[in-house]
Design a protein around this ligand. Structure first.
Ligand code: 4AZ
Length: 374
C-alpha cells in the first residue's frame, strides 16, 4: 500500500492521518477505513471519554461494564465478562422465560446466559460436521464445507437459484426466485428439483434429490424494489441430515452483524457478469458487511432497512445471477455459522462501488418461526 500513502486527495476524498485518501462517504460509517480510525473520529456523536451505545446514546466511558444498563439497550454491558439482566428492548436478547440479557448475540455461543438455558437450547445448526478440508472472484469450495447450501433446479432449465437448509424440512430462499415468469411457473412447487449435499453441478447423482411440497413467498415482497425478498420452501419429505446436509443457524431479531465484518457468500452463479454459464463447482468468496447508510448512497437510495449490503468496494468479488436465494454465512463467536443474508440483487456483478444486496434475515425471524416452527 506504500504507493497510496502521501497522495494528494481529490475533492471526493478525505485525508487520513496516516496519509491514505479514502472516499468521503466512508466518514463516520462505523468502519475504520483509514486503518488509524481518523475517518471515524469527531463524528459529532460522543466526546472522547464517552462510550457510544448501540442506540446512539453517549454515556461516560467508565460506566461500561459496571453492572448497570446505562445505555438502556444493554450495549454498555454487552461485551463484558458477565451478562446481566436488563429491561427488554428492540436491541436485547429475550430468553424463553421472557427475561432479557445484556450480552450481544448470546444465542448458541457455547455459554449459558439465560437462567433457563434457553439461549443454548436449540443449537443443532451452523457447524460444519465435515472438518476436512458463482460467485465472482471466488474459489472452489470443498465437500461438506457449506452443508446448508442447496441448488434449486427448475425443470429443463437446470440450476437457477440457491437456498439454505434451516431444518430437515425447510429451506430459505429469495422471493424473486419463486415468482412466475411468462415461460416458467416458478411459484409452483412441482416445477422444482432440490439438490442437497451437492458440490459439483456435474455430479447431481451423488447428491440428495428432494421435491417441494409448499412454497411460501413473503406476502410483502415487492418485485420493483426487491423489498422483503425472502421465501420458504417445504420439502415433500424430511431430509436425512448428514456430514453434507446440515442446517445453518437463524439469527434472532436482535442479532448484530456489524459493518466491516467478514462474511462468506456461496453459490453456483455466474463467475462473471458477462457470461451466461453458471459455475460447476460451488464457489465461495469473502466479503465485508457495509453500513446501510453508506450502501444507500452507493445504490441510489435503493436500500431499505430490510436489506443488508456486503461486498468489496474496489470490485471483483460479489454474488451474481444464479447465486440468488443462497446464503450469506457469518461465523459467530464460537465458530458457529448464522444466516446473515439471502442473495437478492445488485447492479451487475463485482462492479466498483456497487456492493451485493442481501435480504436481512434478522428482520424475518418471527415470520420464519410462525410459518415453519423453526
Ligand atoms: C441476479 O441477477 C443477481 N451482485 C444477484 C446478485 C447480484 C447481482 C445480480 C449481486 O440474480
Amino acid at each position: 500500500m506504500s504507493d497510496e500513502r502521501g497522495c494528494t486527495c481529490n475533492e471526493t476524498q478525505i485525508k487520513c492521518k496516516n496519509g491514505f485518501c479514502k472516499p468521503s462517504f466512508w466518514r463516520c460509517d462505523g468502519v475504520n477505513d483509514c486503518g488509524d480510525n481518523t475517518d471515524e473520529e469527531n463524528c459529532g456523536n460522543c466526546k472522547a471519554q464517552e462510550f457510544r451505545c448501540r442506540n446512539s446514546r453517549c454515556i461516560p466511558a467508565h460506566k461500561q461494564c459496571n453492572g448497570y444498563n446505562d445505555c438502556g439497550d444493554g450495549s454498555d454491558e454487552s461485551q463484558c465478562e458477565k451478562s446481566i439482566a436488563v429491561h427488554c428492548s428492540d436491541l436485547t436478547y429475550k430468553c424463553k422465560n421472557n427475561q432479557c440479557i445484556s450480552k450481544l448475540n448470546p444465542m448458541c455461543d457455547g455459554e449459558i446466559d439465560c437462567a433457563d438455558d434457553s439461549d443454548e437450547a436449540e443449537c443443532k445448526c451452523g457447524t460444519k460436521p465435515y472438518k476436512s478440508s458463482r460467485i465472482v472472484g471466488g474459489k472452489d469450495s470443498s465437500e461438506g464445507e457449506w452443508p446448508w447450501q442447496v441448488s434449486l433446479h427448475m425443470n429443463t432449465q437446470g440450476h437457477v437459484c440457491g437456498a439454505s437448509v434451516i431444518s430437515n424440512r425447510w429451506l430459505v430462499t429469495a422471493a424473486h426466485c419463486v415468482q412466475d415468469s411468462e415461460k416458467f411457473k416458478y411459484s409452483q412447487p412441482d416445477q422444482w428439483e432440490v439438490y442437497l449435499g451437492l458440490l459439483n453441478q456435474g455430479e447431481t447423482s451423488k447428491s440428495t434429490l428432494k421435491r417441494v411440497k409448499r412454497i411460501i413467498s413473503h406476502p410483502q415482497y415487492d418485485h420493483l424494489s426487491y423489498d422483503n425478498d425472502i421465501a420458504l420452501m417445504e420439502l415433500d419429505s424430511p431430509v436425512t441430515l448428514s456430514q453434507n446436509i446440515w442446517p445453518i443457524c437463524l439469527p434472532e431479531a436482535t442479532h448484530d452483524f456489524p459493518a466491516g465484518k467478514s462474511v462468506w457468500i456461496t453459490g453456483w452463479g455466474k463467475q462473471r457478469e458477462e457470461v451466461d454459464a453458471v459455475a460447476s463447482v460451488l464457489q465461495k468468496a469473502e466479503v465485508r458487511i457495509i453500513n446501510n447508510t453508506v450502501c444507500n448512497k452507493l445504490m441510489d437510495d435503493g436500500i431499505t432497512p430490510r436489506m443488508i449490503c456486503a461486498g468489496v468496494l474496489s470490485g471483483g468479488v460479489d454474488a451474481c445471477q444464479g447465486d440468488s436465494g443462497g446464503p450469506m454465512t457469518s461465523t459467530e463467536s464460537n465458530g458457529r455459522m448464522f444466516l446473515a443474508g439471502v442473495v437478492s440483487w445488485g447492479d451487475g456483478c463485482g462492479r466498483r462501488n456497487r456492493p451485493g444486496i442481501y435480504t436481512r434475515v434478522t428482520e424475518y425471524r418471527s415470520w420464519i418461526r410462525q410459518m415453519t416452527g423453526v
